[in-house]
Write a protein that binds this ligand. Structure first.
Ligand code: ADP
Ligand code: MG
Length: 375
C-alpha cells in the first residue's frame, strides 16, 4: 500500500514544450483520485510520469516514502490500464491474465489463485476459456483491468480506460470499477488509484477526490461535492456540472443598500451577505455564475428574484427540462422538473417570460483571473 506525493513536478518535452508547471499533489494511501480536464491539459503526461514511462524534468515524485524520480517503471509497484488495451488475440482470457505473472516467474499455483481471484472480483469467471475475439468491448475492458489486478500493484493507474465503450457500457463499467475499489478496501488491501478522464461525469461519480487540471496546472483538488458547490475559479465552475453553470461577464454595481449584477438594463441585487463581500471592489466588471438548477420557470423558491426575459426553447429530457432563456440579451439555461414549467410549457420561441433566479446560490468570479470572489 502506498500514497503518492508530487512536489513541484515539471515536464518539459524534448522539443522544448513545457507540459506540466509545478504540480503539487498528495494522493492518499488507498484513495480513488481522478485527474480531469480538457484534452491536452497534461493528464496523460502526469500519469505516465507516475508510471515511470516519461522522465521527470523537475520536482520530486514519491511513492510511499520512496523517491522514484529515476526508478524504472517495473520497480514502482504500479499497474496501468490504457484506453487501448491490446489483449493477446491468440491467448485465452485465462492466459492473458496469467501472462505477466508467468514472465515474472510466479509459481503456477500462485498464478492460478490470483487469476481466479481477479476473475471473481470482476465477475468474469465464465469468460476465462474464451479468446479475446469472443468478448464484447466491456468484457475485453474487464480483462484489461484483470491483468492489472493480478499484479497486486500498490497503485493502479487508469488512462481513459472507458473511452472506447458506448455510453451504456461506460456507465456500467464506472460502477464496476468503483465497486472493485471498495471490495479491495473491504478485504483490507486498499488500492491507491489515479484515474484519468476528460469526462466530468466519470470524475464526479468515481472520484473520492478530483484534481482538475488545465494547461498543465492544478486548478483545484477536492471532493466532488466541494468542487460543485465551492469552485475555486470560473474554469472549475464551468467544467464541473452538466448542463454547465451559466457564466457571463457583467458589471458589479454598488448602491447604498448593497450590490447588484447589472447588464443591458437588468439589475440583479445580491443577497446581503454576498453583497457585503463584494462591496470593496467598487463598481467593476465581474463574472456572474448561476447553476441551471437555480433558474426556475415559476415563483416558488423563497427569495427567488423575478427577472424578465424571453424563451428560446425547451429541451425535454424526460425527467427534467432544460429551459433555454435569454435575459438581457445573454443566454441562460435552467433545469426544471416538467411539472414545474407552469405557463412556460405553452409558450413559443421569443415569448416574454418572467424567470426566477435563486440569487442566494449565485457565484461571482474575478473578470480577469476567474478567481471565486465569494469563497
Ligand atoms: P491529455 O492527456 O490531458 O490530453 P497530454 O498529457 O497527452 O494531455 O499532453 C499534454 C500536452 O503535452 C499537450 O499539449 C500535448 O500536445 C503535449 N505533448 C504530449 N506528448 C508530447 C511529446 N512527446 N512531445 C511534445 N509535446 C507533447
Ligand atoms: Mg490523455
Amino acid at each position: 500500500m502506498a500514497g503518492l506525493r508530487l512536489k513541484k513536478i515539471e515536464k518539459v518535452y524534448p522539443n522544448g514544450f513545457k507540459a506540466v508547471h509545478g504540480v503539487d499533489l498528495e494522493v492518499r494511501d488507498g484513495e480513488f483520485m481522478v485527474f480531469v480536464g480538457p484534452s491536452g491539459c497534461a493528464k496523460s503526461t502526469l500519469l505516465r510520469m507516475v508510471a515511470g514511462l516519461e522522465s521527470i524534468s523537475g520536482g520530486e515524485m514519491l511513492i510511499g516514502n520512496q523517491l522514484v524520480n529515476t526508478l524504472p517503471a517495473k520497480q514502482r509497484g504500479i499497474a496501468m490500464v490504457f484506453q487501448n488495451y491490446a489483449l493477446y488475440p491468440h491467448m485465452k482470457v485465462y492466459d492473458n491474465l496469467a501472462f505477466g505473472l508467468k514472465l515474472a516467474g510466479t509459481p503456477k499455483a500462485e498464478i492460478d489463485a490470483r487469476v481466479k481471484e481477479a476473475a471473481r472480483l470482476l465477475e468474469m469467471e465464465h469468460l476465462l476459456d474464451r479468446y479475446p475475439k469472443q468478448l464484447s468491448g466491456g468484457q475485453a475492458q474487464r480483462v484489461a483491468v484483470g491483468r492489472a489486478i493480478v499484479k497486486r500493484p500498490e497503485v493502479f493507474l487508469f488512462d481513459e480506460p472507458l473511452s472506447n465503450l458506448d455510453a451504456k457500457l461506460r456507465a456500467a463499467m464506472r460502477v464496476r470499477l468503483t465497486e472493485l475499489h471498495q471490495a479491495l478496501r473491504a478485504q483490507g488491501r486498499p488500492a491507491t488509484v489515479i484515474y484519468v478522464t476528460h469526462d466530468q461525469v466519470e470524475a464526479m461519480t468515481m472520484g473520492e477526490r478530483i484534481c482538475v487540471l488545465k494547461d498543465g496546472t492544478i486548478q483545484q483538488v477536492d471532493t466532488p461535492t466541494a468542487l460543485y458547490e465551492r469552485p475555486a475559479n470560473a474554469f472549475v465552475a464551468g467544467f464541473i456540472g452538466s448542463p454547465e453553470m451559466n457564466l457571463h461577464d457583467v458589471q458589479l454595481q454598488l448602491a447604498d443598500d448593497g450590490a447588484a449584477f447589472a447588464w443591458a438594463g437588468l439589475r440583479l441585487p445580491l443577497p446581503a451577505a454576498k453583497a457585503q463581500r463584494l462591496r470593496a471592489r467598487g463598481d467593476s466588471p465581474v463574472k456572474l455564475g448561476l447553476r441551471p438548477e437555480h433558474l426556475a420557470a415559476q415563483p416558488g423558491a423563497p427569495g427567488a428574484l423575478p427577472v424578465p426575459g424571453t424563451l428560446r426553447f425547451l429541451e425535454h429530457m424526460g425527467n427534467e427540462v432544460f429551459v433555454h432563456a435569454e435575459l438581457g440579451g445573454l443566454p441562460f439555461i435552467g433545469r426544471v422538473a416538467p411539472e414545474a414549467l407552469g405557463e412556460l410549457a405553452g409558450k413559443q420561441r421569443g415569448d416574454a417570460h418572467v424567470f426566477h433566479l435563486q440569487m442566494s446560490a449565485c457565484h461571482a468570479f474575478d473578470a480577469a483571473s476567474g478567481v471565486n470572489l465569494l469563497l
